[in-house]
Design a protein around this ligand. Structure first.
Ligand SMILES: Cc1cc2nc3c(=O)[nH]c(=O)nc-3n(C[C@H](O)[C@H](O)[C@H](O)COP(=O)(O)O)c2cc1C
Length: 357
């Protein structure tokens, strides 16, 4: 059996082994994180689908299929990419579809088009319809390739009041967006996050599912183009076998609690999104509200990262909702924000892999 020391040696050797894989990873990052040119003068379907794939999504499973018909784009759930342990009711899956839908809608004006959701049902997902516009307003589109889940520490500085108001407005709609910036309240929120996280760290099924979606080195990330690239969470990159072992040793209640506490203390605040209805349509809307919020944060020079543990762990969710005071609504998404350095980007599967004929 490998000892902790062997893992440490593996960590030291990793940068050398990773050289070739870094190139593939870097090329994939360059190809992924941009708004691509349209194929021709008509409806820019491929460019819009590419933009939609840049949306945040749970565990980066990218649980979506896109169907183009005329000037409509369908965003359908891909149930083969569910995460049944962390997301037993597909809440996050539909929130992820909402992130994709809103990203697509915000990208459209960049190409001279404007869209809206034409229909939605839980089996087929959302259908978006587009029309050409003379004077498109693409205020949030430039932030689409820059938005990222930045899981490192921030600088602990408060955000200016005008920025907080803009963030609040971006998140509103049918969804309640509550911003928590008071230090005492943030410490209380941290306790709920830690409570939910502790339950997850102690769950063998949760650990198994999470580990399966981690991409431990650049080569694996570039080959699969999905999942959670270790470096995007600020972790060292390692070949899969060593990475899996390091995960088993390092993913502990104590270590994760320490990380959450310092991440929260370094943040300017926390945003909690609660949709009007606790159903797939509501969850979709929560993902849309988060997306507007995250794009606006990016424009304002703020990083964002989810800390969804108190809404994922069912026994923690009720007390967290009561503390938040969302009058009967289910809190859907929890996101911290603040200024800080970026981290290596996550990847996405190319358009051809997510487009249905
Ligand atoms: C519904 C939903 C739930 C998520 N939950 C978490 C979470 O609890 N913790 C976390 O670190 N990231 C979470 N994420 C972020 C995803 O892991 C992230 O969007 C994905 O890995 C792609 O990376 P990117 O956001 O940097 O593009 C969540 C994203 C969505 C849409």
């Amino acid at each position: 059996m490998l000892s902790r020391r062997t893992v440490a040696l593996g960590l030291a050797a990793a940068p050398l082994a990773a050289c070739g894989s870094n190139e593939a990873y870097r090329d994939a990052v360059t190809a992924t994180w941009r708004l691509i040119d349209p194929d021709g003068p008509g409806f820019p379907a491929r460019a819009l689908v590419h933009a939609a794939t840049l949306a945040a999504n749970s565990h980066n499973t990218q649980p979506w299929r896109f169907v183009v018909a005329g000037q409509t784009i369908g965003i359908q759930p891909d149930y083969a990419r569910r995460t049944p342990v962390v997301d037993p009711d597909d809440h996050h899956l539909f929130a992820s579809l909402g992130c994709a839908a809103e990203t697509l809608l915000q990208a459209a004006p960049h190409y001279g088009w404007q869209g809206q959701i034409e229909s939605f049902d839980a089996r087929r997902g959302a259908r978006l319809i587009f029309e050409r516009v003379a004077r498109p307003e693409a205020a949030l589109a430039p932030a689409i390739p820059r938005r990222a889940s930045t899981r490192g520490e921030y600088d602990g500085q408060p955000a200016p009041v005008a920025v907080l108001r803009a963030l609040e407005r971006a998140g509103q709609g049918t969804v309640d967006t509550v911003l928590v910036t008071d230090r005492r309240r943030l410490e209380q929120a941290t306790e709920f996050i830690v409570r939910g996280n502790t339950a997850q760290v102690q769950s063998p099924a949760f650990r198994r599912e999470l580990k399966a979606w981690i991409r431990f080195d650049g080569a694996e990330a570039a080959r699969r183009r999905d999942g959670l690239y270790a470096a995007s969470s600020g972790n060292p990159t390692l070949p899969r076998a060593l990475g899996a072992l390091a995960f088993d040793l390092a993913f502990t209640e104590k270590g994760e609690t320490k990380k959450i506490v310092s991440q929260m203390r370094s943040s300017a605040g926390l945003a909690v999104f609660s949709a009007a209805t606790n159903d797939p349509r509501g969850w979709l809307e929560a993902g849309r509200a988060y997306t507007r919020f995250a794009l606006m944060a990016e424009i304002a020079g703020l990083r964002t990262a989810f800390l969804n543990q108190p809404v994922e762990d069912a026994p923690t969710r009720g007390p967290f909702a009561a503390w938040l005071g969302t009058s009967g609504r289910r809190p859907d998404l929890v996101v911290r924000f603040g200024q800080g350095p970026g981290l290596p980007r996550s990847l996405r599967r190319p358009v051809r892999d997510v487009l249905s004929a």
